[in-house]
Design a protein around this ligand. Structure first.
Ligand SMILES: Cc1cc2nc3c(=O)[nH]c(=O)nc-3n(C[C@H](O)[C@H](O)[C@H](O)COP(=O)(O)OP(=O)(O)OC[C@H]3O[C@@H](n4cnc5c(N)ncnc54)[C@H](O)[C@@H]3O)c2cc1C
Length: 496
């Protein structure tokens, strides 16, 4: 191409694309990540991989590293109080654990039953074939239809790992979902789970007695949640689940170290756009040892929800037009970790020795005050570990929509030594907002937690983290051909 024509075309390209203010080709010198949960720490790790060793990466955290991955201590042992289980096909989480030299903690086997407020309506036995027969007897082939549906969705979702390994990024959650499962995936974020399952031929009885209890334990919500997050939740109810030995939050502190990121233990108060000619940066203000400090950054990733009821305390200033408010709210779920004796009589078993279940799910029965109750294992399991029997004092995790009242605790437990309550704004309140939040808030300002509105899980935050690192890198270097590409299945097959 004629040299002058090339220069002219490049200039026209930059003018036509006001999103890209960086003109000199220099790498960024400073990047900020706000939030040190799994989303923020994974972002720091992937940013380091893509931008190299020179860039300074500061991660701000106002609370504890890990965010919604947290533990509480009972009798000198730690138990997960937030995000606890990881699916065997969550490849980013697996990769982090391997790179950090952490260990897998497998779930300890135990039986589950579904309680409707009066009695158990579904009970797992020791006999796999008997359980299958009972499912078939009660629900016909609904459970086979469901399994095939979840597997098909997971198979499509797994494409993301291939796309990300080839370096492709997406500028919105919709683009990302569309590349994986076409308009079907987008529709699944808009239609309710119950509607989708009924259309699939799953029976109403199966939805009420099996699917609803799974939604209640995983998201504290009912079967009107969108089908996509419903499928994420159902995948999390399968076998082959694991957690991180020592606590899932170890992944977050490990990733910060691996990324050689600076952890700044301060709340970010403002993010202000500062322009010098064509060059734009973001000024973050934060409290440091009771003094207001500020710093300029080339790229900023906000890795915490920004919805109003989360109260992130971050205000955006100097943006013209102003950044729109992120709609919706987060759902309250209370995790109570209780050390005591389960009241098996309440569940119809006067003799606790005969109570065979370690995990109790509940149906969506009006007035039922808890979502689930389960005997839990500590984050460190020794080789001889066994679950406590119901006649012994054990550690239980109860999820409920509100803090349990004393009378409710007395209903569930004959007696108890301790109760530790974590009142979470746990995950999006699905249905509180239409559409999915944006990923790109401004030229080099990104928002990670929009992904949670497709499905909230550690792996979803990790996928979002990799996507934002790639997106920030390609936008900074104007490699537009790596963003929002269509027909990626075909492209990655033909690429080396
Ligand atoms: C009870 C419960 C059970 C769950 N179970 C599972 C499960 O079994 N499996 C699973 O995969 N997922 C589960 N999840 C969901 C999972 O935990 C979350 O999706 C995931 O941890 C979100 O990580 P994140 O980094 O995106 O957000 P967060 O963990 O919320 O991190 C955001 C961080 O930003 C910080 N922050 C906020 N504002 C500021 C500010 N102004 N300045 C500086 N820092 C700030 C916060 O303190 C926080 O640490 C569960 C969640 C809960 C609450």
């Amino acid at each position: 191409m004629n040299q002058y024509l090339f220069v002219l075309l490049s200039f026209v390209h930059v003018l036509a694309d006001p999103d890209f203010a960086k003109l000199d080709g220099a790498p960024p010198s400073k990047i900020a990540v706000v939030g040190a949960g799994i989303g923020g720490t994974a972002t720091a790790h992937f940013l380091r991989q893509h931008f190299g060793p020179e860039v300074r990466i500061d991660v701000f955290e106002r609370g504890s590293v890990g965010g919604r991955l947290a533990t509480v201590t009972v009798n000198h042992q730690d138990y997960e109080s937030g995000g606890s289980i990881i699916h065997s096909l969550n490849l980013h989480m697996q990769d982090f654990v391997q790179q950090l030299g952490l260990k897998y903690r497998k779930s300890v086997a135990g039986k589950t039953a579904v309680f409707n407020g009066d009695e158990f309506i579904l009970e797992e036995t020791d006999w796999y074939l008997l359980d299958l027969f009972r499912l078939w007897w009660r629900y016909g082939i609904s459970f086979i239809r469901l399994q095939m549906w979840v597997e098909e969705i997971m198979e499509k979702f797994m494409r993301i790992y291939k796309y990300q390994a080839h370096g492709y990024a997406f500028s919105s959650v919709e683009e990302l979902l569309h590349s994986l499962g076409g308009s079907g995936f987008i529709n699944m974020t808009r239609r309710s789970l119950s509607e989708s399952l009924l259309e699939l031929g799953v029976s109403q009885r199966f939805i009420d007695e099996v699917i609803a209890p799974i939604m209640r334990v995983n998201y504290g919500q009912n079967i009107s949640i969108p089908a996509f997050v419903g499928a994420v939740s159902l995948a999390g109810a399968q076998a082959n689940l694991w957690a991180v030995e020592g606590g899932n939050k170890l992944v977050c502190s490990g990733l910060l170290k691996l990324a050689k990121a600076n952890l700044i233990r301060s709340p970010v108060a403002t993010i202000t756009l500062r322009s010098t000619g064509d060059y734009q940066q973001y000024e973050l203000t934060y409290d440091s040892q009771n003094e207001k400090s500020s710093e300029l950054y080339d790229i900023v990733v906000v890795a915490t929800p920004l919805q109003q009821n989360i109260n992130s305390g971050i205000s955006f200033q100097g943006f013209e037009p102003q950044l729109s408010e992120i709609a919706g709210s987060y759902h309250q779920t209370v995790a109570s970790i209780i050390h005591g004796y389960l009241n098996c009589s309440y569940f119809g078993f006067p003799d606790p020795k005969l109570f065979p279940f370690s995990s109790i799910l509940t149906t969506d029965t009006p007035g039922l005050f808890f979502n689930s109750a389960a005997s839990v294992c500590p984050v460190n399991i020794t080789s001889g570990f066994r679950r406590k029997q119901p006649q012994e004092a054990g550690v239980y995790k109860v999820f409920s929509p509100k803090p349990l009242e004393k009378s409710e605790l007395k209903t569930l437990f004959k007696s108890y030594y301790s109760v530790q309550v974590t009142d979470w704004l746990a995950y999006p309140h699905y249905g509180s907002s239409q559409g999915l939040p944006p990923v790109v808030l401004h030229e080099n300002l990104y928002f990670l937690n929009g992904m949670e509105w497709a499905g909230s899980a550690m792996e979803m935050s990790s996928v979002a983290a990799k996507n934002i690192a790639l997106l920030a890198y390609h936008r900074w270097n104007r490699q537009l051909e790596m963003i929002d590409q269509k027909d990626l299945m075909h492209k990655v097959k033909t690429e080396l």
